[in-house]
Design a protein around this ligand. Structure first.
Ligand SMILES: C[S@@+](CC[C@H](N)C(=O)[O-])C[C@H]1O[C@@H](n2cnc3c(N)ncnc32)[C@H](O)[C@@H]1O
Length: 185
């Protein structure tokens, strides 16, 4: 019989989960709102670094994390403050960025805005984007802000030795929460 457990991800110690010991596994997260995504990344990888200390075998092979609700992200939980700081983004700017992300999800998504916007999922593209003042421009700015937050997460995963990609898995006309962080060792 299957058993389901409910736990706050920040309280979860994967090294203590017996069924994961000795077995390779991947972590999947679907739309863990804002800071819960950062807490999930920390849960999966900070523990991974502490394997010896925890005295157990950890066999995390990869992650697939669909991000969402960037407007709820919190500076204190954000996983890659170092990256954002290197771009000149501190706590105050981060709060502004999280606020702007709501423009991506508030827009009319009858058409696939994230295709219209045609921005590339590379850190360098962040600096090049311009914001417009119409509805498309607001949505575009919102998506860019979500991308900045997700790019920091992607860079953090890279720093931990994973190969990573940020991919769009459905058109924004299906859901504007349509990006997936994929990472593997
Ligand atoms: C937007 S819902 C997504 C639910 C479902 N995965 C889906 O895609 O329909 C966000 C879920 O994240 C859970 N969540 C938020 N913060 C969490 C945390 N710190 N630890 C564990 N779960 C959390 C909430 O309880 C909620 O079920």
């Amino acid at each position: 019989m299957k058993q389901w457990w409910s736990v706050m991800v920040e309280d979860l110690n994967l090294n203590a989960v017996k069924s994961l010991q000795e077995l390779p596994y991947i972590a999947i997260g679907k739309h863990l709102c804002g800071p819960a995504t950062d807490l999930t990344l920390r849960c999966c990888l900070v523990d991974e670094k502490n394997v010896e200390q925890c005295g157990s075998n950890c066999h995390l092979k990869g992650l697939a994390i669909a991000t969402c609700c960037h407007h709820l992200c919190q500076w204190k939980h954000y996983i890659n403050k170092k990256y954002l700081t290197s771009l000149g983004i501190g706590k105050e700017e981060f709060h502004a960025i999280t606020w702007f992300t709501s423009w991506a999800v508030d827009a009319d998504h009858g058409s696939d805005l994230s295709d219209v916007m045609d921005f590339k999922l590379h850190p360098e593209s962040i600096e090049k984007e311009e914001c417009a003042e119409d509805a498309i421009g607001r949505a575009k700015l919102g998506f860019m802000c979500k991308q900045i937050i997700d790019t920091g997460r992607l860079m953090w995963l890279k720093e931990h030795g994973l190969e990573t990609q940020l991919v769009k898995y459905v058109p924004s006309s299906v859901s504007p929460e349509n990006h997936l962080l994929i990472a593997s060792f």
